[in-house]
Design a protein around this ligand. Structure first.
Ligand SMILES: CNc1nc2c(CC[C@H]3O[C@H](OC)[C@H](OC)[C@@H](OC)[C@@H]3OC)c3nc(N)[nH]c(=O)c3cc2[nH]1
Length: 373
């Protein structure tokens, strides 16, 4: 335990990195998968189950929490960690992305974003400074700068405008965040699918000497190879000794290929959201438990797993629960998927430690391709 934020790069294996972030609230083993806890809950899960799957850190959402129950109320209740009973690190997004994707956006200018709440239609304004203030009120350990993420495809001029403004907002967030030893504020690299803009964004953010760097503006509809090309363009420009976080990514295959290019941290709603809809990720690829072929299959999803949801419940029962739209179906599949994602991250970290990440990646992809038994 340390009283500040420390990233240690422990080993590299080709482009893959094994590391650890030490913070007052605990250690984060990287490469790390961070379950999404949007409104103070990882949907359909108890947080001690989330912890048992191997999660060192979860995410919270500034946009959602500022609208309900409001950041001020969370602060009055002792902060997010106390309220949701998760005493380990929490990372919060800044809210910009969610405003663009979820709210009735009214105005976006140098000052920030003005939007209507998707909850009750009330009007809100969020500046870079207000986003950092909200994340502080929540008690967030790793805070993200306010940025503007453009959906792809987009006009180069539009991508450049948003990237330049995000750089100016990064500077304002850095000033607003100030010096908080046990916490971190990450910058977010933008620049769409344009290498020159990606490089300019990364170089300018690197000058701000922040504690970590997120790669934003990806996983917004572009093909996987474009996402990977942007990583190959951006990562060499970022400081090696700082963690890199790829926002909103992704499938197990996205994660393997992004680790191979030097990403340390991931978040994605995929395991929980698709779990609620009956899609299971397994060591043998994806399994759609709604499919009739599982109706009388008494095998579990993965007899080798140490997660009860994967090991103790038959596919027949999961099939029945999901087909019946029973809450337990989504709970068990979310639990299974999070356990599988963490098992994948553990396998990745072990393979890097042993200098055999390339083999691990090939073996894993081969198993997926072989398909479910
Ligand atoms: C899917 N592709 C995806 N997600 C991007 C998120 C949001 C991540 C966010 O994605 C959900 O919000 C919608 C999650 O809540 C459901 C959030 O968890 C708290 C999570 O926050 C990190 C981005 N956030 C910012 N600030 N900037 C980005 O450029 C960016 C890019 C993303 N691509």
């Amino acid at each position: 335990m340390t009283d500040n934020f420390q990233f240690t790069l422990k080993k590299t294996d080709a482009g893959a990195r094994l590391g650890q972030i030490s913070m007052p609230r605990g250690e984060i083993r990287t490469p790390a998968f961070m379950p999404v806890g949007t409104v103070g809950t990882v949907k359909a899960m108890y947080l001690d189950q989330v912890r048992e799957t191997g999660a060192d850190i979860i995410l919270g959402n500034t946009y959602h929490l500022m609208l309900r129950p409001t950041a001020e109320r969370v602060a009055r209740l002792g902060g997010l960690h106390k309220l949701i009973r998760w005493e380990h690190p929490i990372l919060t997004d800044s809210g910009g992305f969610q405003v663009m994707s979820l709210s009735g956006l009214r105005k976006l200018d140098e000052q920030g974003v003005t939007f209507k709440s998707h909850v009750d239609g009330s009007l809100h304004h969020m500046s870079p400074e207000r986003s950092i203030e909200i994340q502080g009120l929540l008690g967030s350990d790793i805070q993200m700068q306010l940025d503007e993420c453009v959906a792809l495809p987009a006009e180069p001029k539009e991508i450049e405008r948003a990237m330049e403004m995000s750089l100016r907002w990064a500077e304002r967030c850095r000033v607003a965040f100030g010096e908080q030893p046990g916490k971190a504020m990450f910058g977010i690299v933008q620049g769409g699918d344009i290498p020159a803009l990606r490089i300019r964004s990364a170089e300018a953010l690197a000058q701000l000497d922040l504690k970590g760097y997120a790669i934003g503006g990806l996983a917004v509809g572009e093909p996987q190879d474009v996402m990977l090309q942007m990583l190959e363009t951006t990562l060499p420009v970022l400081p090696l000794e700082k963690p890199r976080y790829l926002m909103g990514v992704g499938t197990p295959d996205d994660i393997l290929k992004s680790v191979a290019r030097g990403i340390d941290m991931f978040d994605c709603v995929m395991p929980t959201r698709s779990g609620r809809h009956g899609l299971a990720f397994t060591r043998r690829g994806k399994v759609n438990i709604r499919n009739a072929r599982h109706a009388e299959d008494m095998r579990p999803l993965d007899e080798q797993s140490n997660c009860p949801a994967s090991r103790d419940y038959s596919r027949a029962y999961l099939h029945h629960l999901v087909r019946s739209n029973e809450a337990l179906g989504g709970m068990l599949l979310s639990w299974h998927n999070l356990a599988y994602y963490q098992e994948l991250m553990q396998g990745i970290r072990k393979a890097i430690a042993e200098g055999r990440f390339a083999d691990f990646m090939a073996e894993t992809q081969e198993q997926w391709a072989r398909g479910d038994l």
